[in-house]
Design a protein around this ligand. Structure first.
Ligand code: R5P
Length: 290
């Protein structure tokens, strides 16, 4: 306990120096509470304002898909290069060493798999997310899915409510049903629905035409999923264009862990996302000789 003898009166009140009122570096998130901002500042780099999230949650709907058969062998060596990891609680507890100290975007909704009917999901218990020290709660939202749209938006709403209680932000992940077109009109609509319902970050897909309409119509940061495996150069091109058209980062899986040299690929992606390197330069620096 502090000694209460000889308590000295304060003298240095900085009179004449107004206290700084800091803004916040992420779009649309200025009015969040301290814990939310602290978590988001661990995910997004404060210098670049961007994030390279490494997604390896695919197993929750696909099982041991290519590149994820042995996460300890293929993904763990990549974690050090990511700004944030996106995975399920099962993989986090069983395979990811807690000593990495990386922010976790926790797969918070789950349900059906690719074998039946995608998007039929419920959400986890918030106490579990707190125990796992999640920095972001990722919830699938299936706008336009005739069977599951309502339930997935309710999942998002419930997650934002409970996450807000504990200072954990929510990421709305826009699902794309087989019958839905991945164009700017649809992606802007589904991303905007996530933001309107309180998502603090939105994960969606890149589209070649008018992606700026997507990023401009959503008032919070957007990160893009990589989608199916592309040749490395094309995946870097996609990341470059997305960043230049307003994305705040990537949440990329297959285009990293299914690459010929995943460690080179994630470093190339980092150069593009954080330093604005041209895809050609990043490819030459990391991929061509690897
Ligand atoms: C889908 O199962 C997951 O939410 C993935 O995290 C997401 O699709 C991103 O991974 P990829 O870049 O492989 O599309």
């Amino acid at each position: 306990m502090a000694d209460n003898d000889n308590v000295q009166s304060g003298k240095n009140f900085g009179v004449g120096t107004p206290q700084k009122t800091e803004g916040y570096f992420l779009k649309g998130l200025t009015h969040l509470d301290w814990g939310m901002k602290d978590r988001l500042s661990r995910i997004f780099n404060q210098q670049s304002g961007k994030s390279v999230m490494l997604a390896f949650d695919h197993g929750y709907i696909m099982g041991p898909t290519s590149g994820l058969e042995r996460i300890d062998l293929t993904i763990v060596p990549l974690i050090g290069y990511a700004d944030c990891i996106m995975c399920t609680r099962g993989i986090l507890r069983s395979v990811v060493p807690p000593t990495f100290n990386k922010p976790v975007s926790l797969r918070y909704s789950a349900g059906s798999t690719v074998l039946t009917d995608l998007n039929d999901e419920c959400v986890m218990d918030i106490e579990e997310a707190v125990r796992l020290n999640a920095s972001l709660l990722a919830v699938m939202v299936a706008v336009g899915d005739p069977k599951h749209e309502g339930q997935t938006i309710r999942n998002l709403t419930q997650t934002v409510d409970v996450g807000t209680k504990f200072g954990i932000p929510t990421m709305g992940v826009t699902a794309v049903g087989k019958e839905l077109v991945r164009d700017a009109r649809y992606l802007a609509m589904s991303s905007r629905v996530c933001a309107e319902n309180g998502a603090h970050v939105v994960k969606t897909y890149y589209c070649e035409k008018d992606f700026e309409q997507v990023t401009n119509s959503v008032p919070v940061p957007i990160v893009i999923a990589g989608g199916k495996k592309l040749p490395e150069k094309e995946a870097l091109e996609m990341a470059y264009r997305a960043i230049n058209e307003g994305a705040a980062g990537v949440d990329m899986g297959r285009n990293i862990f299914q690459a010929n040299n995943p460690i080179a690929m994630i470093q190339a992606v980092r150069d593009v996302v954080h330093h604005g390197s041209k895809p050609e330069e990043a490819f030459k620096k990391w991929i061509s000789e690897s």
